[in-house]
Structure formats: C-alpha cells, structure tokens
Design a protein around this ligand. Structure first.
Ligand SMILES: [Zn+2]
Length: 373
C-alpha cells in the first residue's frame, strides 16, 4: 500500500498587500479545502503533515547572503530594501509584502519536509502545493519566486547521496532549477513549457543541454501556443520515460504547475484537466519515490481542481466528479473535471504539432547521444 503525505499549514498562505495581485495566494487554501471536502486525509495512508521553517543555513546552500538579508529586511513590508538590485518591485510579479521572509522560509521548510519524508521512507509520495519556486535565482527574485525551494531541497537530497530526476510541467521554463544543476550529472532536469520566444522567462530551448559533466542532463521541450492534451502527451511520451528510465533516479521530483490549462490567463497552452491527469498518471508510473511541489496556476477554479486531481492520483483514489456539497455551496464549483474543451482551429493545431515535433527531434538529436540512446 502506497503511503502519502500532504504538507500544509495556514502559515504557508501568502497574503500580499496588493488586492488585485494576480498571484492570488489563497488558491492554496482553496485547494486544501477541496481536498478536505473529499476527505483526502482521513486514512493512515494519506497524512496531513505540518511543516517547519527551514534553517537559514539551508537557504544559504543556494541563495547569497546579501539576498537573504534583503528578503529579511523587506519582511515588514517597508520599502527599505534595495529593491532594484534584488528584482523586487512594489507592484508586478515580485512584490514586497509584510511577512515575506517568514512565509518564504516556511515554504522552503515545507518542501524540505516533503523531501525528507520521501528520502527517509516514511512515505512514498509527498506533495507541498505551496512550493514550486522554480525561477528564483541565487541573488534575486524572479517570476513570483522569492526562494527556490526546489533547488534547496534537491541539494539537500544530494547530500544524502541520492540521484534526483526533476520534471517540471509548469507552463513556464524552469530556468532557476536548470541553472542550479547545469554542470551536474547527478540531477536530470526536464522542463516542458510554452516556448520562451513568447513567454517569460524567455529561455528553455532544446539547445540548452548542460555544460561540462552536465551535458545531456538538461532537457527542454518547448511547445507552441494552443498545444493541446494530445500533442503535449505525445511529446512527453517521446522523451521523458526513456530519459528517466536510463537515469535511474532514487527520487523523482516534480513541479506540478497547472498554468498549462486553457483557461489560465497568463499562458497560451491549451490543456484540459484530462490532459493534466494524463501527465500525473505518467509521472506516477515513473516515480515510485516521489516529491511533488505546486507552481503556477492563475485561474482559481482550475488550480484547486488540478491539484486535487493530482493528489488523488498520488494516493490511488478517484474522486467523484461531483464536487462535495459543502464546497460547492461555498465556492460554486460543480464539477472536478472539465466539461468543456477548447476548440482549436485545425491550421493552428497543425502548427502546434509541427512545433512539438521539431522540439522532440531536437532533444533526440542533442541530448539522447549523451545518454547512449
Ligand atoms: Zn508558470
């Protein structure tokens, strides 16, 4: 019987000062409440686990001391830190807000908790949906990400002698995580994302394959706008299982951003909950020992549904499609899975397919030889 843990505490919920902030953090709470409505945590095989703050020493395994100090200084929400140097803005995608240091340290602690539970064999899979800061750089914030909880946790797993395969399905390229392990053959990083030619952060070309010992251990599968479930899953199947199989990781670490959904306001990919479930089912097969974090997702109704579906797959439970009455009455969500599908013009779909085929061919040409494929 698989054992799972969901790491959550109210202290992880970011409350920024900007009310119209697109990164609406109560999405974490909405997801947690939906899982509660489905009674996801009432079994010994599925536990709710409270995180602890990360030690600052752990944060410093990736981030510079100057930057950590700056986040701490900004913690009171006063505009006293050197904002430009650390890429903070008083509006936009890296806002300064009260409590930002405290909540960021909690998020890193929650991802470390998930990593430790899996590494120690307490559970087979652990999910921290507040984590997923894949853009944060050593010395500055980027794309809503203050601390790179993923990189810090993977570095922690490496100190235990474990090999980690990192798979990132967020609509945006995992530039921060890729950069952290670009010269390493101990971490395989794979990112599927909307092409950086059109979307932040602008990177993630198949030609970014790593350097030195890391050559062939950075994998990028850019996709065109309007890529749908069918094209996405085809590209995934062409590349990901083969590389993970040959890498033989001890732990698979996944970033499960759900901003690939067709209703997401920030991206142009066109996945549905069916496609999302398709990816999570594939990850489940690849990951007997599995650490999962959240990530992007900017349409509230989509995020809670996608991450609830993901956790269901992690614990081998198929939730009824009808949302439990208490949650339905509170938030008005009726169905767990999408009932509509986006309509895509056949010419546009053809272009998206050709783009995916080009990306897959490039990865096979540039990466596979380094892996003996
Ligand atoms: Zn994203």
């Amino acid at each position: 019987m698989r054992k799972a843990a969901f790491v959550y505490d109210e202290g992880l919920v970011v409350r920024t000062i900007e009310e119209d902030e697109e990164f609406n953090p109560s999405r974490l709470q909405y997801t947690y409440e939906l899982l509660q409505a489905y009674r996801a945590f009432n079994k010994s095989t599925s536990r709710l686990v409270v995180p602890e703050r990360a030690d600052e020493a752990k944060i410093l395994t990736f981030h510079t001391r100057d930057y950590v100090e700056a986040v701490r200084h900004c913690n009171r929400g006063e505009r006293q830190c050197d904002a430009a140097r650390f890429h903070f803005r008083h509006y936009g995608d890296n806002p300064i807000f009260p409590g930002m240091y405290e909540v960021s340290v909690m998020i890193v602690g929650a991802t470390l908790k998930a990593a430790n539970l899996v590494a120690e064999g307490t559970v087979d899979v652990a999910f921290n949906h507040s984590g997923g800061g894949h853009h944060a750089a050593p010395g500055y914030a980027s794309g809503f990400c203050i601390f790179n909880d993923i990189t810090i946790a993977i570095k922690h797993l490496l100190t235990k002698g474990l090999r980690v395969a990192y798979i990132d399905i967020d609509a945006h390229h995992a530039d921060g995580v890729q950069g952290a392990f670009y010269d390493s053959d101990r971490v395989l990083t794979i990112s599927l994302h909307e092409t950086g030619r059109l979307l932040f952060p602008g990177t993630g070309e198949p030609s970014e394959i790593g350097v030195g010992a890391g050559k062939g251990y950075s994998v990028n599968i850019p996709l065109a706008p309007y890529t749908d479930d069918e094209i996405y899953l085809w590209a995934f199947d062409q590349i990901v299982p083969k590389l993970v199989d040959i890498f033989k990781p001890d732990i698979v670490f996944t970033q499960l951003g759900c901003d690939t959904h067709y209703l997401d306001p920030m991206t142009q990919l066109n996945l549905t909950t069916e496609g999302y479930e398709g990816i999570i089912n594939r990850l489940r097969k690849l990951a007997p020992r599995w650490v999962a974090v959240g990530g992007g997702g900017y349409e509230m109704s989509v995020v809670a549904r996608c991450w609830t579906l993901a956790y269901g797959i992690m614990i081998d439970r198929e939730w009824p499609d009808e949302i439990p009455p208490n949650y339905r009455e509170l938030y008005g969500l009726k169905r767990l899975r999408d009932t509509d599908k986006p309509r895509i013009d056949s010419r546009v779909k053809k272009e998206a397919r050709r783009f995916a085929e080009d990306s897959v061919a490039a990865v096979k040409r540039l990466v596979f030889p380094y892996q003996g494929l």
